[in-house]
Design a protein around this ligand. Structure first.
Ligand SMILES: [Zn+2]
Length: 429
């Protein structure tokens, strides 16, 4: 019999499952800070390889992590641009630096646990060199001012990150280093989440989860687990692009669907089609989980989950089946970022937007937490919100196994002070 545990018995995992994870991690509760090495030194709206290659100071970062009583550090080893920040024979590493190796050493010296985050289907670089693996639109439409047609690949302007040109280099020359960069530019910073970046716009691609991209990802994961002492490996973007409902309608997906379900059910709109998409993501989760376990059976596997309405968003857009995915992977990390949607620092209205999403995310979790069959470790944001909003999120979304905070660069001085006080109280010796 599974005994249900805390957060008012909302979740569906056992004490034993959680105890096992805690034992492997060697801690009772997680207090983690995450870092995205390719997003520059301020927020997360930049893509900045020069900073990652030349300025990122691993020891300085880890000293600060330790000083603030964090017991765990999250490192994004592969971001949505597709760069692999380790010593890789298979992937693309524009920083030419073994950032993962450096963090492994620095974490070990300080007895801090390392969690790696691995972006899966969203991969701008792979989209640029393998357009034949990019997911394909099933119908024509328009989104964020960009038109697309049925049959076209889903390569669009990147929503979050922008690029500044380094000194003395032209955009044409810089495109040789970043093949998915364009000459389009956002001159002004907006307040809505999708308009906060400033600089040259890169393209981004969601790859087809039934393409060879999956084999590439599995090889990368094996390389990481084989060559580095990784204890926790979490897959991010283990899903379809949430901006569209018509992905992926490539020939290969259509054929696989027809082989399994016959000629009757409709592509794009039938319940069978949504099952097919969910199972496609589940199959990737299985491949990834077993590839990792084969190399290291004690490596904890996990996935980042986007909260939202079950039918309209989770199933029809991103195809993340919470119960199936959490039956396979060891832990789940819901991304609870209400105050990334709006912060009081941008004025009364945006504060209310953040408050609304805070209320909604709690309600959504209460309604849906029973779909999680594994331990839950939330990640929440410090970047682009204020100290009080951050603390509110830390308290609301710690479901019993601690909390991860996103992210290192972009956390304000007053937030660092508050984190240190919180860490000392909860985790200090
Ligand atoms: Zn496809």
């Amino acid at each position: 019999m599974k005994r249900k545990i805390s957060w008012d018995n909302y979740f569906n995992y056992s004490f034993e499952d959680l105890e096992k994870i805690k034992e492997i991690m060697g801690i009772d509760k997680v207090f983690a800070m995450a870092l995205m090495p390719v997003r520059g030194k301020e927020g997360f709206r930049k893509l900045d390889y020069e900073f990652a290659a030349n300025e990122l100071d691993v020891n300085e970062i880890m000293d600060k992590i330790q000083e603030c009583h964090f017991n765990t550090f999250g490192l994004v080893i592969k971001d949505t641009d597709g760069a692999c920040v380790w010593d890789t024979d298979i992937g693309w590493n524009p920083t030419k630096r073994d950032i993962l190796g450096e963090f492994c050493d620095a974490a070990k010296e300080r007895d801090i646990r390392l969690i790696v985050s691995f972006t899966s289907m969203n991969d701008a670089y792979q989209g640029s060199i393998h357009p034949e693996r990019v997911s394909v639109h099933g119908k024509s439409g328009k989104k964020f001012g960009q038109k697309f047609k049925a049959g076209e690949i889903s390569t669009h302007f990147e929503g979050e990150m922008r690029v500044d040109l380094p000194e003395n280099i032209s955009i044409e020359d810089y495109k040789k280093k970043i093949p998915f960069l364009t000459h389009h530019k956002d001159e002004k910073k907006g307040k809505a989440r999708s308009t906060r970046g400033k600089g040259y716009k890169p393209l981004t691609s969601f790859m087809c989860p039934n393409s060879e991209h999956v084999d590439y990802l599995i090889e990368l994961a094996k390389e990481v687990v084989n060559n580095y002492p990784i204890k926790t490996f979490i897959a991010d973007y283990i899903r379809y692009d949430g901006a569209f409902t018509d992905l992926c309608a490539c020939e290969s997906c259509r054929n696989l669907f027809r082989t399994k379900y016959g000629t009757a059910p409709k592509i794009l709109t039938s319940s069978e089609w949504y099952d097919f998409k969910e199972d496609t993501i589940v199959n990737y989760a299985k491949k990834l989980h077993y590839a990792i376990k084969e190399k290291n059976k004690n490596c904890i596997t996990g996935w980042f989950c986007l909260p939202g309405p079950k039918k309209r968003f989770t199933r029809r857009k991103i195809a993340q089946n919470w119960s199936k995915l959490s039956n396979i992977l060891d832990i789940v990390s819901p991304m609870e970022y209400p105050y990334l949607m709006g912060t009081r620092d941008d004025g009364w209205f945006w504060g209310k937007v953040g408050d609304f999403f805070h209320w909604y995310f709690i309600r959504n979790m209460k309604k849906r937490a029973h779909e999680f069959n594994s331990p839950v470790l939330t990640i929440t944001n410090s970047v682009e919100c204020n100290r009080l909003e951050m603390l509110k999120q830390i308290n609301s979304f710690d479901f019993g196994f601690g909390i991860g905070i996103f992210k290192y660069f972009g956390t304000s001085e007053s937030q660092w002070k508050a984190l240190k006080t919180y860490g000392k109280k909860e985790f200090g010796l």
